[in-house]
Design a protein around this ligand. Structure first.
Ligand SMILES: Nc1ncnc2c1ncn2[C@@H]1O[C@H](COP(=O)(O)OP(=O)(O)OP(=O)(O)O)[C@@H](O)[C@H]1O
Length: 284
């Protein structure tokens, strides 16, 4: 009985809820403004008029009022232009929207810095390994290195990976647009690779992305080549533009994280290696 009632009326309940929220938001936007008094006045006139017309059934006045209402609908945005502008400005500066936009901005700035660092490292042939945390925590790997919790900058990344620096060995862990740690040891992939020239740095990048959803970026010390690893697949010898494009695809496209795998996002031609047995090298 109760379930039957809920089954029949849940849509109405949601509709009432949406309407209530809408009306309350309109009330909030308009209250204490000149428009609020006009609106109240209009509503009162309309209610009284409708009641009178229903009562006495005046046909001509009803016709005039209904046509007048249509004109009023067109006139409303003009009458309430200042209030509508204020309300829209409020929505635009709402804390949530601001938070979302700021987060997006932060991520774009971070990615640009990371791109710059990787390109600089590649040009100078400084070996580097970045592991970027996503949903699965890299706390375990963080404990193997030195915690930094520092803002990311290309200069700091260069200083850390500079061959004589105490932290140049191992991986740099990045999370929440920050350098969480450096000199970290990552799990090395045990799978057989078709390209035997790939050493431990690349194997460590593959190994971590086999075990977690993180994304690794490798700069080869030997050749300066840039590679991206995701989901156990490696995409090697990327040009500067390809690298930037793939990073933007992975981190700035809103749809990739849940519905599509990162490999799929990176492009089918690269997505050769899976998590099962077989070759890892995606572009050989
Ligand atoms: N398990 C690991 N976790 C993180 N970094 C590692 C790990 N093993 C090795 N490295 C890093 O890789 C470096 C050795 O790189 P190696 O030459 O074996 O790799 P590679 O894949 O051939 O890279 P490159 O092209 O830069 O030479 C080490 O000095 C260390 O900084």
């Amino acid at each position: 009985m109760v379930w039957e009632f809920i089954r029949q009326h849940w849509r109405h309940a949601i509709e009432i809820l949406i309407l209530s929220i809408g009306i309350y938001q309109i009330y909030r936007a308009f209250r204490a403004t000149r428009g609020a008094r006009i609106l109240v006045g209009l509503v009162v006139i309309l209610v009284v008029l409708t009641a009178l017309l229903q009562l006495f059934k005046f046909q001509v006045i009803t016709w005039i009022v209904t046509r007048g209402l249509l004109v009023l609908l067109v006139a409303l945005p003009v009458i309430f232009q200042p209030e509508i502008r204020t309300a829209l400005a409020r929505v635009g500066s709402s804390r949530w929207l601001d938070w979302l936009l700021r987060n997006d901005r932060r991520q774009i700035v971070f990615l640009e810095s990371l791109d710059e660092a990787v390109v600089m490292l590649s040009k100078k042939r400084i070996g580097a390994l970045f592991a970027i945390e996503r949903n699965i925590s890299l706390k375990g790997q963080q404990e193997t290195g030195v915690t930094l919790n520092a803002d990311f900058s290309p200069e700091l990344a260069m200083a850390i990976f500079f061959p004589k620096s105490p932290l140049h060995d191992g991986a740099m862990l990045l999370a929440d647009e920050k350098i969480q740690a450096a000199g970290c040891v990552l799990p090395v992939s045990q799978r057989e690779l078709s390209d035997r020239s790939m050493g431990l740095r690349h194997r460590a990048a593959i190994g971590l992305t086999e075990e977690t959803d993180s994304v690794c970026v490798v700069v080869s010390e030997e050749t300066g080549a840039i590679s991206i690893c995701a989901e156990g697949a490696i995409h090697r010898n990327l040009t500067e533009d390809e690298f930037k494009e793939k990073m933007a695809d992975i981190f700035l496209s809103k749809t990739n994280t849940d519905e599509k795998g990162v490999s799929e996002e990176l492009g089918a031609e690269d997505d050769v290696a899976g998590r099962g047995d077989g070759d890892l090298d995606a572009d050989l």
